[in-house]
Design a protein around this ligand. Structure first.
Ligand SMILES: [Mg+2]
Length: 366
């Protein structure tokens, strides 16, 4: 048995190369990456992390350093699921969901990194190894892009070899949204998979109306048409709008996904390991999707999610998010130019190795 002897938390705030906008969160100027190093008495180290769209990262780092650290120190890092329960219930009363789900995620991912490195297996094999590749799409935060730039950005995804793209919706008028959908479909042609994301900006009635207007453009799914908790609303949008619905990036616990799958109608659940309790939380949701006979997709964090999705028999789509995390790791997401699929890393561990020199200028005290 080994013992956790040190938990080191660092907080990075990284400027985005350009302003990115979505319908509900407005303009993004930075993204944040709290990173945890978990060290053991037998000289091992696991790295875990989470990320945000520019707010809350400092509080997440504090939550790890002030609370979760004390739950983990002195424990056996091999007991990942038991430690997940202890972290979850340790701060449940004051912090169920929200920041806690991000903080637990960072610690849990570090424990999985230790577990996979000890097993000398890449994460996708440790979790089942269904495949080493997964369908992938370019997901831009492009609501503020003028049409010309929107088209150039989607052309860039096609040039990378991707076979699927997604754009943001939620312009001032629905007519503008539909005009952008039409222009992108004309650019990409009939064979490229096309998704859209409204970032919770509509009422159920507006979403149903929008979905009907999208019908001619062969949309694979409409993501987050309305607020995430309105499961019945999601079911109405799917049924009355005659469209497949995606969602999950704003759910924070496995049981919220259980409710979404039971009471809603969501054909493309999209849990994000960085905000739903890490790999342990994500795997609980993955099991739910299999029992509900739907696929599983992801939001953000493509450098890690590629390994989780590749492991799953019901893998849907990996979102290649537009926060440039790839510039701060030593292995950018790899796309197979033959089929546009993303390839899971083969090295033991979670397969994400940060470039500490590049991160260093962005580290802030917390
Ligand atoms: Mg989204």
């Amino acid at each position: 048995m080994s013992t956790i002897t040190e938990i080191q938390t660092a907080y990075y705030r990284i400027p985005l190369p350009e302003l990115m906008e979505d319908a509900k969160h407005g303009l993004h100027t930075h993204f944040e990456v709290p990173i945890v190093k978990v060290r053991t008495d037998d000289g091992r180290e696991g790295i875990g992390y989470t990320y945000t769209g520019g707010f809350g990262g400092e509080s997440i780092a504090k939550l790890i350093d002030k609370e979760l650290k004390h739950i983990l120190l002195g424990k056996d890092p091999a007991c990942v699921e038991a430690l997940w329960e202890q972290m979850n219930w340790g701060i449940h009363y004051v912090a169920r969901g929200g920041l806690a789900s991000f903080a637990i995620a960072a610690c849990d991912i570090a424990l999985w990194d230790l577990r996979a490195k000890k097993a000398r297996e890449p994460l996708y094999k440790l979790l089942g190894g269904h495949s080493n590749k997964v369908n992938c799409y370019g997901g831009a935060i492009d609501l503020n892009f003028p049409l010309e730039k929107l088209l150039a950005n989607n052309q860039k995804y096609l040039d990378m070899g991707l076979r699927a793209v997604k754009i943001k919706l939620g312009q001032a008028t629905l007519a503008e949204d539909i005009a952008r959908i039409k222009a992108v479909r004309e650019l990409i042609g009939p064979d490229i998979t096309f998704m859209v994301d409204a970032n919770m900006s509509w009422s159920v009635e507006q979403a149903i109306k929008a979905a009907k207007l999208m019908a001619p453009f062969d949309i694979l799914f409409l993501e987050e048409p309305t607020i995430p908790e309105d499961y019945e609303g999601y079911a109405r949008i799917a049924k009355e709008g005659q469209i497949a619905v995606a969602g999950g990036e704003n759910l924070r616990t496995p049981i919220e996904f259980a409710h979404m799958l039971s009471y809603g109608q969501v054909d493309f659940p999209q849990p994000d390991a960085s905000n739903c309790g890490g790999i342990t939380g994500w795997l609980k949701i993955a099991a739910l999707t299999q029992l509900h006979n739907v696929s599983i997709s992801t939001h953000g964090m493509q450098e890690l999610h590629v390994s989780l999705l590749a492991a799953m028999p019901n893998a849907g789509y990996l979102e290649m998010h537009s926060f440039p995390i790839d510039q701060y790791t030593i292995r950018p997401l790899m796309i197979d130019p033959e089929d546009g699929m993303a390839i899971a890393p083969e090295e033991p561990g979670i397969g994400v190795t940060f470039d500490w020199d590049k991160l260093a200028p962005h580290q802030l005290d917390f």
